[in-house]
Design a protein around this ligand. Structure first.
Ligand code: AKG
Length: 330
């Protein structure tokens, strides 16, 4: 993949309007000093401690190895195969899940005003946290396949066509018309934020992107798009890379000597199922101190009667709340 960086492509900026224009046109933007150096260092230290402990205890989740595939995938003969993973399989990317429970420092990134304004620009005033994780791209890794972060989003279709039923969509089997093209483009329903805890470069596996691909109306195809040009999101530690959920992207190959650390925070529209189940999985300790904003992000706020347990008129559901259950008149 070529790195055809042009000066017209998004550069790190502090200016919200420039960032919004970049996001609209190219599908991504880079926010300078989204994190202070103190915050970046603290996040990096906590992440290394957590990742090291998970690895030592045999609980690390590593993907990106040669035999590891997310969801259903197509093999070399084009056959659809089920997902294949090993929990501690020595893949090139160590993931750390559910950062919400893994140190207060990880919560701080959720409340950065510029980034939240960018999320709001794309998703509107209501949205959910979909996942809050880290990706440690280790040296020796290979480039991740290009993908979008809303591969599950049904595409607009024609009246005379029978689309793939939405529950049959997988990472390797999404609905596209006969030509793999569409004049229609689904809206962005996901925004992903990659918080750089190291300087990102082509050498250390900086995220690769296809500028403008968010408006193609389709998912990248491994064969059809194998020669597509990508650019690397470069920036100093503390930069936030904010991407439209439709943009084609993936972790680059880390050919440096050191691991590349990033926190990845994904937001989605309130209609969609988050990747991490925060209403069940968030620790009570975190919930006890959570602000209404955090509770809303975690899915405890009712949206147009969705996400309720009993009354659709309530604002929030309570952690641990269950429905009334079977009752009989006295
Ligand atoms: O770590 C990166 O640079 C990108 C990660 C990514 O695309 C993913 O986790 O799906």
């Amino acid at each position: 993949m070529a790195n055809n960086r042009s000066t017209d492509l998004p550069q790190p900026t502090r200016d919200l309007n420039t960032a919004i224009a970049n996001l609209n046109e190219f599908g991504y933007c880079l926010v300078t000093d989204a994190l202070s150096s103190v915050e970046t260092d603290a996040l990096r230290i906590r992440l290394i401690e957590q990742a090291t402990a998970e690895k030592q205890k045999g609980l690390a989740f590593e993907d990106g190895g040669p035999q590891q595939n997310w969801g259903d995938f197509r093999d070399a003969e084009g056959q659809l195969r089920p997902q294949s993973f090993t929990e501690d399989g020595g893949g090139c990317n160590q993931r750390v899940w559910m950062l919400i429970n893994k140190g207060e420092i990880f919560q701080t990134v959720l409340f950065k005003p510029t980034v939240r304004q960018l999320v709001e620009h794309v998703l509107g005033e209501h949205y959910l946290l979909s996942s809050h994780t880290a990706n440690i791209a280790k040296p020796g890794g290979v480039s991740m396949d290009l993908h979008t972060d809303q591969w599950w989003m049904p595409t607009p279709t024609r009246r005379d066509r029978s689309p793939l039923p939405i529950g049959s969509i997988t990472r390797a089997r999404f609905d596209q018309d006969e030509n793999g093209l569409s004049n229609m483009v689904s809206p962005a329903v996901v925004v992903n934020v990659l918080w750089m805890l190291d300087d990102f470069s082509a050498k250390n596996g900086g995220t690769r992107l296809v500028p403008g691909s968010h408006l193609t109306g389709r998912q990248p195809d491994k064969e059809l798009d194998q020669d597509v040009e990508t650019v690397v999101a470069e920036g100093p530690a503390g930069t936030a890379l904010v991407i439209d959920g439709r943009i084609w992207h993936g972790t680059g190959a880390n050919v440096s000597e050191n691991s590349r650390f990033a926190v990845i925070t994904t937001f989605c529209g309130p209609q969609f199922r988050p990747q991490e189940n925060f209403t069940v999985g968030t620790s009570l300790e975190v919930l006890e101190d959570a602000s209404p904003d955090l509770l809303a992000l975690l899915g405890f706020k009712i949206w147009n009667a969705y996400g309720r347990i009993e009354s659709p008129l309530a604002d929030f559901i309570q952690p641990g709340q269950t429905s009334l259950g079977e009752m009989c008149p006295e």
